[in-house]
Design a protein. Structure first.
Length: 389
């Protein structure tokens, strides 16, 4: 009965993911299919399954170093093609996937301690044969594309839509990969292939499931909830890296749209001569947007330009005062607090701005024009810190 049900499910939806779901449903336990590099090719667990090691492995799209070492060591010693062991209060039942005498991966069942598999050895061998054949088929269909090549194509904008990306990624660990964020890092100064290789190995060992790869002389790595950003910052400082961390990803495909913001942040840091630290790219979003408009001087209103000229000649802060007054929604109290300036001084400056330059900040139709003009002018004058969160 087990064989018939599994085979019918396989013939109906011949994919690793649907086969793993069917297997999990029949046996009542989570199923993980990994390739020979311990990347997760397919997995399934009932909704609400709360085993932390399982959730972490699935989100990282690969088994932990410890679990992989345990399975690899036992696989070398087994003669039957299957074995079981206990770990973290769970029982792992493992069956080797074999295709024509070539080991292709492992079928792993995660059981509660003391629980037995609801299938006999013959049924498990049959299931493993189905998984092995499907794993080889899906890998062969996109054998020319590694995960790294797919990711580089994504960053190069070669995928017209997410469906096309998923098709190419389906035979790699990316098909079941759920990172939280990504980071882009740049080595300051000259770097050789040896330093790049060392950096990749360092990141792989220090941040499990980060899958670092190089794109246009920068390293891109994925981040998960369990990754310690403090440790990444320490790595940046010790390796002389500039690192920009993205906002939350909405699936791996969103990497393509979010990468430019992180790359532009690194461009800014390099131009500013900064290195050896970690930043959140979203903190620089406003500044980067302003820098893109830097050369469009026509966007600065003439009266604001006159205000800046006056500031330069007299070492005054009228433009900064107006900008602060506007972002504080014309609250005199908040403006004074932000500028650490006495109320009378701020009042004098605002009166001068109105009377000498004809600027009326209270008019709603002027608000955006003056706000953008002041921001551009202040950015051009090197006051970048104002626009970094």
């Amino acid at each position: 009965m087990f064989k018939e049900q599994l085979l019918n499910s396989f013939l109906k939806n011949n994919s690793l993911s649907s086969l793993a779901e069917a297997m999990s449903g029949l046996l009542g336990c989570p199923v993980i299919i990994v390739d020979d590099a311990f990347h997760i090719a397919a997995s399934f667990a009932a909704k609400g399954y709360d085993y932390e090691a399982y959730k972490m492995a699935v989100s990282h799209s690969e088994l932990s170093f410890e679990a992989a070492a345990e399975i690899s060591g036992r696989a070398e010693r087994t003669k039957s093609g299957s074995f079981a062991f206990e770990r973290d209060g769970k029982c792992y039942s493992v069956t080797l996937l074999d295709n024509g005498g070539v080991m292709t991966g492992y079928m792993i069942l995660v059981l509660e301690k003391g629980e037995t598999v609801k299938a006999d050895e013959e049924e498990l061998v049959f299931a493993a044969a189905l998984f092995s054949k499907q794993l080889c088929l899906e890998r062969r269909q996109t054998a020319a594309n590694t995960a790294e090549e797919v990711l580089i194509s994504l960053l190069d904008g070669e995928f017209s839509d997410e469906e096309h990306f998923r098709l190419q990624a389906s035979a790699t660990f990316l098909s079941n990969f759920h990172p939280e964020k990504f980071a882009v890092a740049e080595i300051s100064g000259d770097s050789s292939d040896i330093s790049n290789d060392f950096l990749r190995r360092n990141l792989e060992s220090g941040f499990h499931g980060s899958h670092p790869f190089f794109y246009r002389n920068r390293v891109v790595m994925f981040l998960h909830k369990d990754h310690n950003l403090k440790r990444l910052k320490e790595t940046a400082e010790s390796s002389n890296l500039s690192v920009a961390v993205s906002q939350r990803l909405d699936g791996v495909f969103s990497l393509g749209g979010m990468y430019p913001a992180a790359a532009e942040t690194l461009d800014y840091l390099r131009a500013a001569g900064k290195s050896g630290f970690l930043v959140q790219s979203c903190d620089y979003a406003r500044l980067i947007a302003l820098k893109k408009l830097d050369k469009q001087s026509e966007l600065i209103a003439p009266e604001i330009n006159a205000l800046c000229v006056y500031d330069c000649k007299n070492s005054s802060e009228l433009c900064l005062t107006l900008y602060t007054y506007l972002i504080c929604h014309r609250s005199l109290k908040q403006t004074c607090e932000k500028l650490y300036t006495h109320r009378n001084t701020v009042l004098y400056r605002i009166r001068k701005i109105k009377e000498d330059f004809g600027i009326i900040p209270e008019k709603p139709e002027n608000h955006f024009k003056y706000l953008l003009s002041c921001a551009l002018a202040l950015s051009k004058n090197g006051m970048d810190e104002l626009f970094i969160d």
